[in-house]
Ligand binder design. Structure first.
Ligand code: PEP
Ligand code: MG
Length: 583
């Protein structure tokens, strides 16, 4: 139960606890975010209400048009013409006479309630669209679904909730944020994130960190206890949320925030520095990205993880080969010759695609995820590899395969790459012959045979988020078991150390691209274990460079050698934080 305390002036103060996943302090109004669930029942109105029901339909259309115009205008103002176009197309569809006629007929002739008439009409159009072979036309079914949901929401009297269209700075409170919600989040107005589920390596946490938005996840009942518009303080260092704080508490946290911002500003000075240990050993710093937007490549040496699934999640259809090619080309060009590690599609687990029907699984994180799904959908996999290879001539491409469990998976994926290359050769389509092919080490079964894997691939990257989830048998999304997800346990250090040694011995690069790579103290131990490449969210780069400048290689190695023999994670953390000289 949350702790409460009566506050004479402002109401009931409360303290909620959760997982601190992205540092910082936010003080602001709560914005309750709930994705609309389009629940419609077959229902009919009483005789004599026809005029009123027809009027409800007319005003719902008007309200939808007004909302859509506001969205399109705001995108146009922000220079996002592409996005604006989607919504002007929705306005056009809203004026479709056939749709209007069918809805009116349902209301007038069958006495259907307006929401039911809308649902029935759109279901018919969506069905017809869905059958069309041309993917561009089929994709319009997703637009129709969007318009239907908007109309039904308006008819149900529910306000619009959209994280990309906020009028003021807010702390977003949600049960969970889907990657598709966070992909379009308004970064200038969302000053904090609170969710009921999710741990430090869930995707909402990763996004929050990459955007530098303070976040506390796994706060039980947050959406029930926090109400829209209430004042809240989110302290992401402490993992605490204070609701309806009194003036004194607000003042105290304003001071704490000022101090936090001061330290951040001091650390920011390291952002542009070269990443060297105190004794001058170069550690390559990579950045993890989800798209080509808002990425500054100047402060890093490579792109250690390009999560291509974001391109798929931001779309309402499977991106075509051409769309993928353009997106990959943009990233490669912007990276200006620095290696770009493009990870092939990692869907499944907590990431789904609205337009791709996948069988329901009891344990999706242990199911058909990432490369396993790609094996089931060879056309999708080949299209992505083809798009990536074609784009490779515009930069330095490394292709990375996620969720590799053993040599079988490596060989099977390689067959696809070989096949696609042969096709491109036959069609005389150019691609870079030096594209490297590597794997994520995020399943213990492949970490344990890292020496064999190193003989078969060009490089590897430790996906510490999943490696921890699968090594510790603790769901990365379940806040109830986050204490068991011990990413810096001696067991994790040993398994990572094993993989690092195997690849180092084979003379093949190995990096870390999971969230541990962006944790300054963990970086010390990883360097000590033999890792020379760390990739992270952009917001972590300055902190890691600063910490690395405080240790010598010898100190890092000694700390790592000591840490692997410590009994608990707590002791490992202490050992890491004490290494070198903090300044
Ligand atoms: C990981 O598992 O560590 C990783 C980088 O991949 P993701 O977080 O996207 O699963
Ligand atoms: Mg992973």
């Amino acid at each position: 139960m949350p702790a409460t305390q009566r506050n004479g002036r402002e109401g009931l103060q409360m303290l909620l606890k959760g997982n601190p996943v992205s540092g910082g302090i936010a003080i602001g109004k709560v914005y309750l975010y709930k994705a609309f669930s389009c629940d419609v029942h077959e229902a009919y109105y009483e005789k004599g209400e026809k005029t009123q029901k027809l009027a409800e339909w007319e005003s719902a259309k008007e309200a939808a048009r007004a909302e859509l115009t506001a969205i399109a205008d705001s995108f146009t103002r922000d220079g996002a013409a592409d996005k604006a176009k989607i919504f002007t197309a929705h306005i056009d569809m809203l004026s479709d006479e056939e749709i209007d006629e069918m809805v009116r007929e349902g209301i007038e002739n069958d006495c259907a309630m307006p929401d039911y008439a809308v649902d029935k009409t759109f279901a018919e159009f969506i069905r017809i669209m869905g059958k069309v072979k041309n993917p561009l036309i089929a994709a319009r079914a997703a637009d129709l679904r969007d318009i239907r949901n908007r109309l039904i929401r308006i008819l149900h009297g529910e306000p619009e909730r959209n994280l990309s269209l906020l009028s003021e700075q807010v702390i977003v409170v949600a049960h969970d944020l889907l990657p598709s919600d966070t992909a379009t989040i308004d970064r200038s107005r969302v000053i904090g994130i609170i969710t009921e589920v999710g741990g430090p390596t869930s995707h909402s946490a990763i996004i929050a960190r990459s955007y530098g938005i303070p976040a506390v996840l796994g706060v039980p009942d947050a959406t029930k206890v926090l109400c829209d518009g209430a004042l809240a303080i989110l302290d992401a260092a402490e993992g605490a949320v204070r609701i309806c704080p009194d003036g004194e508490t607000v003042a105290a946290f304003q001071a704490k925030k000022a101090e936090y911002d001061r330290i951040q500003a001091e650390t920011a000075a390291f952002l542009t520095a070269e990443s060297l240990t105190k004794d001058g050993v170069k550690i390559d710093i990579g950045v993890n990205i989800g798209s080509d937007q808002n990425v500054e490549y100047e402060n890093c040496d490579f792109v250690g993880l390009f999560r291509t699934e974001f391109l798929f999640m931001q779309n309402d259809h499977l991106p075509t080969e051409e769309e993928q090619f353009e997106a990959y080309k943009r990233v490669l060009e912007k990276a200006g010759g620095k290696p770009v590690t493009l990870r092939t599609l990692d869907i499944g687990g907590d990431k789904s695609l609205p337009y791709l029907e996948l069988p329901k699984e009891e344990n999706p994180f242990l199911g058909k995820r990432a490369i396993r799904l790609c094996f089931d959908l060879p056309e999708l996999f080949e299209t992505q590899i083809r798009a990536a290879l074609r784009a490779s001539v515009f930069g330095k491409l490394w292709i990375m395969l996620p969720m590799i469990g053993g040599m079988e998976d490596i060989r099977r994926a390689k067959e696809t790459v070989v096949k696609v290359k042969a096709e491109l050769d036959a069609r005389q389509i150019p691609y870079d012959k030096d594209v490297r092919l590597g794997i994520m080490i995020e399943i213990p079964s492949v970490a344990l045979i890292a020496d064999l894997a190193a003989g078969e691939v060009d490089f590897a990257s430790l996906g510490t988020n999943d490696l921890c989830q699968y090594t510790c048998a603790a769901d990365r999304m379940n806040p109830g078991v986050s204490e068991y997800c011990r990413s810096l346990s001696p067991a994790m250090l040993r398994i990572m150390g094993m993989a690092a040694s195997a690849f180092n011995q084979a003379g093949k690069p190995i990096s870390v691209c999971g969230e541990l790579g962006g944790n300054p103290d963990a970086a010390v131990l990883l360097v000590g274990l033999g890792i020379r490449k760390l990739s992270m969210s952009a917001s972590c780069i300055a902190g890691v460079k600063r910490r690395l400048s405080q240790i010598t290689l010898d100190q890092a190695q000694k700390a790592a050698a000591q840490a692997v023999n410590l009994p608990t994670q707590e002791e490992v953390l202490r050992c890491a934080s004490e290494a070198g000289d903090r300044n």
